[in-house]
Ligand binder design. Structure first.
Ligand code: SIN
Ligand code: CO
Length: 376
């Protein structure tokens, strides 16, 4: 596979993924990037994009969150700073195309394509990420130093996580098109040798605590327990303030009605992993279409998922942006194609599936034709 420098996905997964770094020279030959520095500035001014500016001033780390004022960004010139914009794949079809070239890792694990711009000397400092990352270089060269060090002590009081003691073990200068894979918690430090950009393909790995919290919230929404506390056999007790054993027994029996199975875990994962992040909003279509008109257009133009849509499936359940539907066998084949390929070529769609797609069209989850951006 070109992206992995000729390494097979199987070898990458068994030998490198979550295990050790991999440097791929010319993963994307001569990669020139997808967005100019001005384009990045424009994105960093949008309130639907997550952007950050990292600076070092007189040895002190500073972090500012976007959206930024364009004039201010233009004034930034020399110096140690980096501008970062997350989810480029939500804004540019070309970025989504690059992002989904990494779909040898399941969509449920793919998180975001972030881009950073740094002038010469720009850096976000030595740090580790909790997630796997592919760092693809565009534009000027960048020197990456990495370390398997166990000392994760951070600089106290810094507004972002910077390692206090970074002991580089290996270093490479990445040219445009070169890519470095790092497993989670692998210390790294990138310094721009020339003005340039780094495209980071990041992954999602929720903590056990986060999964448990979210699962319990999901379960709470599903739960329907009958009955009320009752004690027709109440006995006298000397201490009225005492929570009696009989009461604890009764409540224990009532709560034992809280149960979950594999089906609940599947449904939870589908909802949780397809739920849009808080800043993600969808735009309804500009042109109003009746269901009939929509059906005709689907049959001639097909449909494509919006860049921000996350669609996953499991058994006969299909999850789209935090919502779910149960599909019949016929519907499942079409929906699975839509979920995996992220588009459906011209197709007659009828019945409940047509209603569902029309609903998703009206929400802005999908569009007619092949352009995964809302019209206008
Ligand atoms: C960068 O693009 O310079 C930082 C990306 C990272 O370290 O994860
Ligand atoms: Co990092």
């Amino acid at each position: 596979m070109e992206l992995l420098g000729g390494l097979s996905v199987e070898t990458f997964l068994s030998e490198y993924w979550q295990k050790k770094p991999l440097l791929v020279r010319q993963a994307v030959p001569g990669f020139a990037g997808l967005v100019s520095a001005e384009g990045m500035n424009e994105l960093a001014c949008r309130d639907d994009a997550i952007s950050r500016l990292v600076k070092v001033e007189q040895g002190a780390w500073q972090l500012e969150q976007g959206p930024f004022d364009g004039r201010r960004l233009k004034k930034l010139q020399k110096g140690e700073w980096s501008l970062l914009v997350s989810n480029l794949n939500h804004f540019m079809p070309e970025a989504a195309e690059l992002f989904y070239r990494f779909s040898f890792i399941p969509y449920a694990r793919l998180d975001d394509l972030m881009v950073s711009y740094a002038p010469q000397g720009g850096t976000v400092g030595p740090h580790f990420d909790s997630y796997d990352v592919f760092l693809l270089q565009a534009g000027g060269r960048k020197r990456w130093q990495v370390s398997a060090q166990q000392d994760n002590t951070l600089i106290e009081g810094a507004p972002l996580k910077i390692l206090q003691h970074f002991t580089p073990e290996q270093e490479w200068v990445l040219e445009p098109g070169d890519m470095l894979y790092l497993p989670p918690r692998y210390a790294h430090n990138g310094v721009a040798l020339e003005p340039g950009m780094t495209y980071s393909i990041g992954f999602r790995a929720p903590s056990a605590q986060e999964l448990a919290t979210q699962f319990l919230a999901f379960l709470q929404d599903q739960l329907e327990l009958d009955g009320m506390y009752a004690d027709p056999d109440l006995q006298t007790q000397k201490q009225p303030a005492l929570l009696g054993e009989a009461m604890v027994d009764r409540v224990e029996a009532m709560l034992s009605g809280i149960r979950w199975g594999r089906g609940d875990i599947k449904a939870f994962l589908g909802h949780y992993l397809s739920e849009p992040k808080a800043h993600v909003l969808f735009d309804p279509p500009e042109d109003e279409l009746s269901v009939k008109q929509f059906a005709k257009r689907v049959a001639s133009d097909g449909v494509v998922l919006d860049l921000k849509t996350q669609m996953l499936h499991c058994d006969d359940q299909f999850f789209c942006n935090g919502e779910s539907v149960t599909a019949t066998d016929d519907e499942a084949a079409l929906l699975a194609e839509l979920a995996n390929a992220r588009h459906l070529t011209a197709r007659m769609v009828q019945g409940p599936l047509l209603d569902l797609m029309y609903e998703w069209f009206e929400y802005g989850y999908l569009h007619l034709g092949t352009d995964p951006l809302p019209a206008g």
